[in-house]
Write a new protein. Structure first.
Length: 300
């Protein structure tokens, strides 16, 4: 995404059971064990519908806030309750202010399972994801962020997914949540690199192709790093030594750029080292969700 700007993730022109605008699909945990919302963040206009679809079991969609992203808010609360794969939950957008949501299943949000509708943005600001990636990765408590940033730089090099989320402003969020934001942004970049057709030229993420094309789901952070380490070990010490000397594969090099959006080129989505699963989500299931939909509410 050259402009690193968010745009609506429209999967249909409207929804008779929802608002009168576009419908934006968010997958709740795309596979069992992947504690992410896909996409992590999206823009939506007043009257648009957010269509949450469960890809795995034992998850919720619960409204929170920037200051407490892992606690439900008392302000215009929406909460899906705990549900399993193929459940759907619909919300209509009444405001373009940032709206945070999370999985209330114990332990899930602490591992990064939260998302944002209309995230705050700052073009090249000091509290943007791009500006803060280096400092967050340098924190010894965030060693996974540093390694995952380097891994993601390699996997997304030469793709339009490499800069996704750069301008997201995390200044209003508590410091402890910064690492989770970085991991969510990096995970989304890996997913977009693995599925280039869903990332459009204008920066929007269009999930409508899932009706005909399987979507590749990258392994989550810990598993991806373990798989990458195993692959490096199998390739031999000489290959590992050479890899550490390149900007694309060195954690120090990736973290020292000042942002995670380096200009490196090389292997793109076709060389993803992480294990992946094929997931086909039927568009007919998405559009006939009313029969399973537990709640139709409004995001305010």
């Amino acid at each position: 995404m050259g402009s690193a700007m968010y745009a609506p993730t429209a999967t249909s022109s409207g929804d008779a059971a929802g608002g009168n605008g576009a419908t934006h699909t968010v997958i709740v945990a795309p596979s069992q064990g992947v504690l992410r919302y896909v996409p992590f963040a999206l823009n939506a206009s007043v009257g648009d519908t957010i269509f949450f679809m469960w890809g795995a079991n034992n998850h919720t969609v619960t409204k929170s806030s920037a200051l407490t992203p892992c606690n439900k808010t008392s302000d215009a609360l929406f909460a899906s309750g705990t549900h399993d794969k193929d459940f759907t939950f619909t919300q209509v957008v009444n405001s373009t202010d940032p709206t945070f949501f999370y999985c209330a299943t114990p332990g899930h949000c602490a591992k990064g399972m939260f998302g944002i509708i209309n995230p705050p943005n700052t073009l090249q600001g000091s509290t943007s994801v791009g500006a803060m990636m280096q400092s967050v990765a340098a924190n010894l408590q965030n060693s996974d962020v540093k390694a995952y940033a380097a891994y993601t730089t390699t996997q997304t090099a030469g793709t339009s997914a490499a800069n996704w989320g750069t301008n997201m402003d995390i200044g209003s969020m508590p410091e402890w949540a910064h690492a989770s934001v970085m991991e969510n942004v990096l995970y989304t970049r890996n997913l977009l690199a693995a599925n280039p057709d869903i990332l459009k030229d204008d920066g929007s993420v269009d999930l409508s192709s899932m009706s005909t094309t399987p979507m590749m789901i990258p392994a989550d952070v810990t598993a991806a790093l373990q798989n990458a380490a195993s692959a490096d070990g199998a390739s031999g010490s000489s290959d590992s030594a050479a890899a550490t000397g390149t900007a694309a594969s060195s954690p120090d090099a990736a973290a020292s750029t000042g942002t995670s959006e380096s200009q490196s080129t090389g292997n793109g989505a076709g060389s993803l080292a992480a294990s992946k699963m094929l997931v086909v989500l039927s568009l007919s299931l998405l559009l006939s969700s009313c029969c399973r939909c537990e709640h139709l509410g409004r995001v305010v």
